[in-house]
Design a protein around this ligand. Structure first.
Ligand code: CMP
Length: 422
């Protein structure tokens, strides 16, 4: 957090320089003593930033750090020169001895630190990958470019002494924005060849920027809520399918409410497919995080070893059962057991006239068939929308054999259930 605040402050200082330095050069105003004080502070901050970057040098691949010495060497070879040039305030030290043009050039050279601003914005964008932020950054760069173009235009035209410096700047900015936006009212026109050449360049830049903006805005708006658009697209597909195959109204309702539930409960994300793409070590960590909830809810998992939980957790698959749907029927061959994350499941007899139990959040069912290699001894039917996790027989058998404590607890609970039922 401290690092972020520090880097944001440095980025703000760089931004201030990027705006103020070209302005002072072209308008030629005298820096106030406060401005000079600020410049010394900036130089100090840049030196500190350089030392901190060297001392805490690290190269991040994701969040994994590589060797410290190697990272410092990398910093000295790459970023150090930029930071050093920006940090040494030659223009302040030799302020009385150098010509105005040399000082202006030295100040402009110090703007190499802008590279750091680019890097900072890029890093923030990577971390908060939001389309709105992308769009804002884009407008931010357009604003800065318009300012620079205005400054160059004022330099080429010369400052008009009959109007104030601020009006000079406003006129420059007006020309820059109208030309960049390809509006070009023609009320301020280039007079000299250098102004004309510059105007042609800015017009080219404006046309390119215009095309880029249109393309980007369309893209960003389409992605603002990509998940929602995907969901709406899916619903459209379902509606077309329902119409095409003439599905009965009650079934239509069931299909729609299933997709509605999936959207409401998990924003259309299929956890399993996302997690399955990760490498094994990462998959275990992510699965532990995602399924912590279910591990805490299910009583038989409490007190189990971390190793066993890790083995279980990567093999849990999330499924949804719509209300009134059979999860399995009595007599079927069982290939998995179920843990309830939310919702209610009724365990009923084969003819569904007797309800043996109503299972709720944190309970499990479907273990007998796996434990005793026998067909299901009851039917399980969802009472409401249920979020379930399934565990396949292969993993169940492996865990039972490897962890006798866990096997004992399952056996005990099954015996309890049987005792209650008889
Ligand atoms: P299984 O035989 O695999 O499939 C049906 C499941 O219903 C069974 O495992 C138990 O998990 C559960 N079950 C059966 N009878 C009862 C009962 N009387 N009380 C609670 N759960 C039961």
């Amino acid at each position: 957090m401290l690092h972020l605040i520090w880097k944001s402050s440095i980025a703000l200082l760089v931004l201030f320089s990027a705006i103020e330095i070209p302005l002072r050069i072209v308008l030629g105003y005298q820096a106030s003593s406060f401005l000079i004080f600020l410049e010394w502070c900036m130089a100090g901050a840049y030196v500190l930033d350089m030392c901190a970057d060297f001392y805490y040098a690290h190269i991040e691949y994701g969040k994994v750090e590589v060797d410290h010495r190697q990272a410092r060497k990398h910093y000295l070879n790459r970023g150090f020169a930029v930071d050093f040039v920006a940090a040494v305030p030659l223009s302040l030290i030799f302020a009385d001895r150098l010509s105005l043009l040399t000082i202006a050039l030295l100040r402009l050279i110090q703007l190499v630190k802008l590279v750091r601003l680019f890097q900072f914005v890029h890093k923030v964008q990577e971390k908060i990958n939001s389309p709105v932020l992308r769009l804002s950054t884009f407008f931010f760069w357009i604003g800065i470019s318009a300012h620079w173009v205005a400054c160059i235009w004022i330099y080429l035209r010369g400052v008009d002494p009959s109007i104030s410096l601020s009006v000079n700047y406003v006129k420059g900015l007006y020309w820059s924005v109208t030309t960049l936006a390809t509006v070009g009212y023609g009320d301020i026109t280039p007079n000299t060849p250098s102004q004309m050449i510059f105007a042609v360049g800015v017009m080219f830049l404006g046309v390119g920027m215009y095309g880029y903006i249109i393309g980007n805005i369309a893209n960003v708006i389409a992605n603002i809520d990509a998940a929602k658009s995907k969901h709406l697209e899916k619903m459209e597909e379902i509606n077309n399918f329902i119409r095409y195959r003439d599905i009965p109204a009650t079934l239509q309702q069931k299909i729609r409410s299933y997709y509605h539930y999936i959207w409401e409960s998990r924003h259309g994300f299929n956890e399993t497919s996302v997690v399955d793409e990760l490498p094994m070590g990462l998959r275990v960590q992510v699965a532990m995080h995602l399924n912590r909830n279910i591990l805490e809810k299910v009583s038989i998992f409490q007190g189990a070893s971390e190793r066993m939980l890790e083995e279980l957790v990567v093999n849990l698959k999330a499924v949804v059962a719509p209300p009134k749907d059979p999860i399995f029927r009595c007599g079927e061959i069982g290939d998995k057991m179920y843990f309830i994350s939310s919702g209610q499941v009724a365990i009923v007899s084969e003819d569904e006239k007797t309800t043996y139990a109503t299972m709720v959040e944190g309970q499990f069912f479907g273990e007998s068939a796996l434990l005793f290699s026998q067909p299901r001894n009851a039917t399980a039917r969802a009472v409401s929308f249920c979020d379930l996790y399934t565990l396949d027989k292969e993993t169940f058998d492996r865990v039972i054999n490897k962890y006798p404590d866990f096997a004992q607890r399952i056996h005990f609970l099954v015996a309890e259930r049987q005792k209650k039922a008889s």
